[in-house]
Design a protein around this ligand. Structure first.
Ligand code: AMP
Length: 287
């Protein structure tokens, strides 16, 4: 496994792989690797013989008041995790900020509509930053398969749009969310939680499960709204958890559902602050 920090090195390593017709799968991450990332890497190997992992805490996707400075970074430990557990990775790309953004003026990529919903309401520039860095990374790695987690469902919808908009030759593969045994979705931000917050964080998964059981074919927009209202109120009563959003949307285009029909693909999405930590989770149901 090679650990590279320069764009030209990655391109040099990728070129002969592509020339031999070997398929490449790419897993972009911000590091602090956990079982969720590891699952993505294992799945990547099913799709391709050459697996590239990027580790880059991308500044352009953090808002001014967010946790960019404090986001966990430990490249040595991430590499140890990969080696110790025999995770199938051929090349790690861990660039500096200057390597990814070589010019003082950072270009603006605006991804309207999809990026302003759900997480975009409280993080209005987040998905533009994600789109920008993923576009750069795809140009560097040129993978046949891009592997991402359903945990960040909105991100997958936006990146699919980016791929379609810019005619990029890559296939997006979305991997189901990896959870702790009690249901909490694995996240690099879970390390911010103390024991009590860790317990309170379970409300996200419990809420998704409860809502899932109540959704039925034939439910209309009004009934969906009253269901959401009921669950939003339980958050208002819980002093330890502050709801950011709880929505039920069409999973293809993130618009409100008029009526649940057979064949509907439905997203139940939630984001909440547990203490100071913002966590997200979702479920996708194919009715
Ligand atoms: P991050 O390092 O948080 O930017 O995540 C990198 C990739 O790992 C993204 O595609 C995430 O959706 C994915 N990911 C993060 N947590 C999980 C999880 N619990 N299960 C599956 N994929 C995940």
């Amino acid at each position: 496994m090679k650990v590279l920090t320069r764009v030209y090195e990655v391109k040099q390593n990728i070129r002969p792989i592509k020339q031999k017709g070997i398929k490449i799968a790419f897993v972009p991450t911000m590091g602090a690797l956990h079982q969720g990332h590891i699952e993505l890497l294992k799945q990547a190997r099913f799709y391709a013989h050459f697996v590239v992992l990027s580790i880059f805490v991308n500044p352009t996707q953090f808002g001014g008041n967010e946790d960019y400075d404090k986001y966990p970074r430990d490249l040595d430990n991430d590499i140890l995790t990969i080696k110790k557990n025999n995770i199938p990775v051929d090349c790690v790309f861990a660039p500096s900020v200057q390597e990814m953004y070589p010019f003082l003026e950072i270009p603006q990529l605006t991804l309207p509509f999809l990026s302003q919903k759900l997480c975009g309401l409280s993080r209005p520039t987040h998905f533009d930053g994600v789109g920008l860095v993923v576009l750069k990374l795809l140009n560097i790695v040129q993978p046949d398969f891009l592997i991402m987690g359903q945990k960040d469902y909105q991100q997958t919808v936006i990146i699919q749009r980016l791929i379609d908009e810019f005619f990029i030759d890559t296939q997006l593969i979305t991997i189901p969310t990896v959870r702790e045994s009690d249901g909490l979705a694995l996240s690099s931000r879970n390390i911010y939680l103390n024991a009590e917050e860790r317990e309170n964080a379970l409300i996200l998964y419990k809420t998704l499960n409860s809502i899932q059981k109540e959704l039925k074919i034939g439910m209309n927009a009004l009934q969906i709204q009253s269901l959401l209202k009921k669950y939003r109120e339980t958050f208002a009563q819980n002093g330890f958890v502050k709801l950011d959003y709880l929505e039920i949307l069409d999973a293809y285009n993130l618009v409100p559902i008029q009526e649940i029909q057979r064949g509907s693909k439905i997203l139940i999405a939630i984001a909440a602050y547990i203490g100071k930590t913002r966590l997200i989770d979702n479920m996708v149901l194919e009715i």
